[in-house]
Design a protein around this ligand. Sequence first.
Ligand SMILES: [Zn+2]
Length: 313
Amino acid sequence: MKPATLLATTLLLAACGGADATTGAGATAPATPVAPHLHVDVYAAAESNVNSYVVSDDAGAILIDATRNSADARGALALARATGHDPSLVFVTHGHPDHFLGLGALRAEVPGLRIVVATEAIKQDVIGFATWMDGQGWLDGEPGMKPRSAAAPDGFDYAGAIEVLDGDHLVLPGGEALEVRADYPAAEAAHTSTLYAPQLGALFASDLAYHDVHLWLGVGVTRDAAAAWQQVAAQLAAAYPATTTIYPGHGAPTDPGVFAAVRGYIDDLLAVADAAADDQAAIDAMVAKYPGYANRDFLLTMSVANQRQLARP
Ligand SMILES: [Zn+2]
């Protein structure tokens, strides 16, 4: 082979992802690495089947979502520290408590930790939900996450602690960047954001994707929001390559087939809610259809109650 032919062959192999480009006789340069620096670790929390993700590059790490309680948050933090770095920030994808109630524990362990959301609307969702939960007495188990006030001087300063991202990229300490999207309609949550790492082919889909976990169609998810969620799921399935790894808000990492599963689940739950004689009959019907799905006691029960309520004239 002439040198020019060898070079062309090497380049062709490299372009096709051929790992043997460096071992062929006469090859002189390694193939360009596809994903040189970015790494994902998954923390599957004990409560709510919710995930926190550690994304790290050569120089540091960040967290995506903060879990439902302090103990889970400390578990996620330990996973982050195993990369050799304290996380520089935690990105909260949306304003539901299973994604932000661990913030206080993270801040206590990492005092300089930035708390970042994609939009002011998501920040207000967090504050609104925390305030509502406090009024219900549901933060007595996490008193450090009560909104700080005269009555709760040791509470959490949500307004002061949460910063809204400037721009549409989240940059890691080593310079790697994730694409942020937050223009979704009200669906599972009033406002939601996702992160995409083109270097990895990884989409952090937040609660637009649940994988083998019952979906939240409870209070706040109207029939219009459920329909919007189905449309968004179809758009996401079409927008990203079939090889994309989907990191869902709840459940194990999977592939874009999860979006068809989400659409089908919503169809099934709404049909069951409309047809069942009572809540228990609806729950039983969904368990029969989805025997392997996790979190019947809270997510399924609350979703059935809400959607049956909405079904009534
Ligand atoms: Zn969630």
